[in-house]
Design a protein around this ligand. Structure first.
Ligand code: DGL
Length: 270
């Protein structure tokens, strides 16, 4: 049993969607969150740059004595493949739990995957799904406008910009008749109402943050690392750029107010 915090990082604040799920599944766990707001977005960068950034992010979390590192970022998860080898604590990312959940969910063997350019370019989800079940057809699509759309708050099912973008990016996936879509980026769960409205309620939308949080809780239990305290866990938030607007933006992703509990970190020193 361990009261050490779980470390979660993302290229920005989108990873708070995963923190929200972790808090609801494991309310007694302490969490340290790092959002690399000074260097976001990662999704259009080279693998070498994403890898250098992700290792600094993980080293920052280790400096807080975390018992596990979670990459909530779809882009890091799909492109940085050696992070587990360089960390002294269990490391998990979003790919394998999310791919597994999608394979369990599909009935017709057709799965859509959406994510950033880097995530889709890596084919990480496609490879993982085909490893689990080679008979499944995977249709992928990068949706580069979704991240800024969410960050601008255009997430209501009536929002014309969100509706047009969803139609633009998802028309091929819809036409292929998938019955399951992986939301392979931290920001996309916020577009669930718009995406769900476009693809129809019979299509299951798999949230990578949720599946990863479920997997993290099972792994911590198996390793005997769950926190035995009955007290509500504490969360500490760190970012690499200005902290001023953090509370407002964070409340979009977390659906709760965290006050001004945030500190700035010079991530280049890690
Ligand atoms: N966090 C990233 C992801 O999940 C999206 C934002 C970015 O491009 O850095 O892929």
């Amino acid at each position: 049993m361990s009261s050490q915090p779980i470390g979660v990082f993302d290229s920005g604040l989108g990873g708070l969607t995963a923190v929200k799920q972790l808090r609801s599944i494991m309310p007694h766990e302490n969490i340290i969150y790092f959002g690399d707001t000074g260097r976001v977005p990662y999704g259009n960068r080279s693998v070498a740059t994403i890898s250098r950034y992700a290792k600094q992010d993980a080293r920052f979390l280790l400096s807080h004595n975390v018992k596990m590192v979670i990459a909530a970022c779809g882009t890091v998860s799909s492109t940085v493949l050696d992070l587990a080898d360089v960390l002294p604590v269990p490391y998990i990312n979003v790919i394998s739990p999310t791919a597994y959940a999608a394979v369990q969910a599909t009935k017709n063997g057709k799965i859509g995957v959406i994510g950033t350019r880097a995530t889709i370019g890596s084919c990480a989800y496609k490879k993982e799904i085909e490893k689990i079940d080679p008979n499944i057809t995977v249709i992928q699509r990068d949706c580069p406008l979704f991240v800024p759309i969410v960050e601008e708050g255009f997430i209501s099912p009536d929002d014309e910009i969100a509706k047009l973008s969803v139609e633009h990016y998802l028309s091929d996936i819809k036409a292929c008749g998938v019955d399951t879509i992986i939301l392979g980026c931290t920001h996309y769960p916020l577009l669930k109402p718009v995406i769900g409205q476009y693809v129809g309620e019979d299509v299951k939308l798999i949230d990578s943050g949720k599946e990863t949080a479920i997997y993290a809780s099972k792994l911590l239990e198996r390793e005997g690392l769950l926190n035995s305290s009955d007290a509500e866990g504490e969360c500490a938030f760190f970012v690499s750029d200005r902290t001023e607007d953090f509370t407002n933006t964070a409340s979009i992703f977390l659906h709760s107010n965290i006050g001004d509990n945030v500190e700035r970190v010079d991530i280049w020193t890690y």
